[in-house]
Write a protein that binds this ligand. Structure first.
Ligand SMILES: Nc1ncnc2c1ncn2[C@@H]1O[C@H](COP(=O)(O)OP(=O)(O)OP(=O)(O)O)[C@@H](O)[C@H]1O
Ligand SMILES: [Mg+2]
Length: 459
């Protein structure tokens, strides 16, 4: 894209931010005051933008409706678990997208908005021959970056019969609405499918609340009566993944169904509850969850809201971990959009965790559905789980120390790693830059110079 070039980011970047001399990162005496440098603020914006999008440019690919097998950075990760049920929801959304040009999926964290949107994008591929693009906005914090982010992921003006999925708009509602409106008015056949914990306000758009997964009917009897529901299916699929010997039987199906009802059919909660299947039977899961929820409902007897329910399920899952796994999990809250094994070892080990044990501890967290393994040595913590981990990290008074370690690690990576490796780390690089900018301007300078130098198309 020419806009970065036309603004001569790399030329000016190096002019202003080059900082020869010894590495004094982290040494307060070595910090330099940057505020007055001419053009500095603009430069920072450009560099942040560059980090956000520049290194990704070579990796841009459409969502696999166009037959692409690999998913690019900036596009939602491939789903590693099976998609369950939702036939009615998919049919209804297909119908709505024929009528409305913007449909927003709303609902509580973990209800399945993103997963449903991705499945829809996949199944409706035929209807959008000009491409389906998934733009994950969870990582974008600056409203001004929503438009550029869409542009960068799509890599072309969205035209023809295309579908744009804007995933996770809740923190950028106004700007997401503005961008969606602008794109829709520029392209007659474009459809936008947004996901957001709150609804997007666009005239002519339609908000659709994602329901939890279907529960068995109240009068269900026997294996077949319970087993057909989506919630029971999801629980047993994930239990089988954790323990291949797990089977839904006439003996355990009522307990599974009961767990599903207790968790309102919320997919994220179901995944967490099914994960210990190797060590807990459905009856044991039911017992321990019931105790916790009885305490939550307390004397008021009022039903528990979905957010509190998710929180309570997360507490339950967290408390079933060993001490070192808890320590590691909360520390993983500093990463943004995935991390490598090496990053986890360098950033999250120490003070209670030995570096060489990190791999094994991560394996446990993957088994408990708290962490996903994306590739052999790359992991991700789902958004709602990451928020929880960060909360725990803050409560333990460890957040600043971990952010500092995180920033140092990614600064070193920016100085040494090739652009292809940096491309996967845009979220972490941006978080590191934000921390350095506020705490160690010199480290920020060095990192910015290194990133500017590694931008594709420089010069
Ligand atoms: N129909 C489904 N089949 C299989 N897994 C599902 C289904 N719906 C949701 N999940 C799983 O449940 C978890 C939570 O779903 P998802 O991330 O889509 O929730 P969300 O509503 O987008 O949450 P947030 O508000 O935090 O973005 C994920 O691990 C997802 O893969
Ligand atoms: Mg989501």
């Amino acid at each position: 894209m020419s806009h970065l070039k036309s603004r001569e980011i790399s030329q000016r970047g190096l002019e202003v931010v080059d900082c020869p001399g010894p590495d004094r990162f982290g040494d307060p005496a070595g910090e330099v005051v940057m505020g007055e440098a001419p053009g500095y603020v603009v430069l920072l914006q450009e560099l942040k933008h560059a980090v956000a999008v520049g290194v990704r440019r070579q990796h841009r690919r459409p969502y696999p409706t166009l037959g692409m097998a690999a998913l690019a950075v900036g596009i939602a990760p491939a789903q590693l678990t099976s998609f369950i049920g939702r036939e009615r929801e998919l049919a209804e959304l297909d119908r709505l997208l024929r009528i409305f040009r913007l449909v927003t999926l709303t609902g509580a964290p973990g209800v399945g908005k993103t997963r449903l949107a991705l499945e829809l994008a996949r199944t409706l591929g035929q209807r959008f021959p000009d491409g389906a693009w998934v733009v994950e906005l969870g990582l974008v914090s600056d409203p001004a970056q929503v438009g550029p982010r869409v542009e960068e992921v799509a890599g072309q003006p969205l035209r023809g019969r295309s579908l744009l999925v804007l995933d996770g708009c809740e923190h950028l509602l106004q700007e997401s609405s503005r961008v969606a409106e602008k794109l829709l008015s520029a392209s007659r056949d474009l459809r936008v499918l947004a996901t957001s914990r709150k609804s997007l306000d666009i005239a002519g758009g339609r908000t659709w609340r994602v329901p939890p997964l279907g529960l068995p009917p109240a009068d269900a009897r026997g294996l077949s009566g319970f087993a057909g529901s989506d919630a029971v299916q999801l629980f047993s699929d994930r239990a089988r993944k954790a323990n291949p010997a797990f089977k839904l039987t006439a003996d355990n199906v009522a307990d599974v169904a009961h767990v599903c009802s207790l968790l309102f059919g919320l997919p994220l909660c179901l995944e967490l509850a099914a994960a210990p299947a190797l060590v807990m039977s459905p009856a044991e899961v039911l017992d321990s969850l019931s105790d916790r929820f009885a305490a939550l409902i307390g004397a008021s007897g009022k039903p528990v809201g979905r957010r509190r329910l998710l929180r309570a399920t997360l507490d339950w899952s967290f408390e079933h971990l060993g001490a070192r796994e808890r320590l590691l999990f909360r520390r993983l809250g500093v990463f943004r959009a995935g991390f490598s094994l090496e990053a986890a070892e360098r950033v999250a080990a120490g003070d209670g965790i030995v570096e060489r044990d990190v791999l094994e501890l991560l394996d446990h967290l993957v088994d408990r559905a708290l962490v996903r393994r994306l590739e052999r040595t790359r992991y991700q913590v789902l958004e709602a789980l990451g928020e929880y981990a960060l909360d725990r990290l803050r409560a333990a008074g460890e957040a600043d120390r971990l952010r500092d370690l995180h920033a140092r690690y990614y600064r070193r990576l920016a100085l040494a790693a090739p652009p292809q490796q940096l491309a996967a780390e845009a979220g972490n690089l941006r978080a590191a830059m934000a921390w350095l900018e506020a705490h160690y301007p010199r480290g920020f300078q060095e990192m910015a110079s290194a990133l500017a130098a590694s931008l594709p198309g420089r010069g």
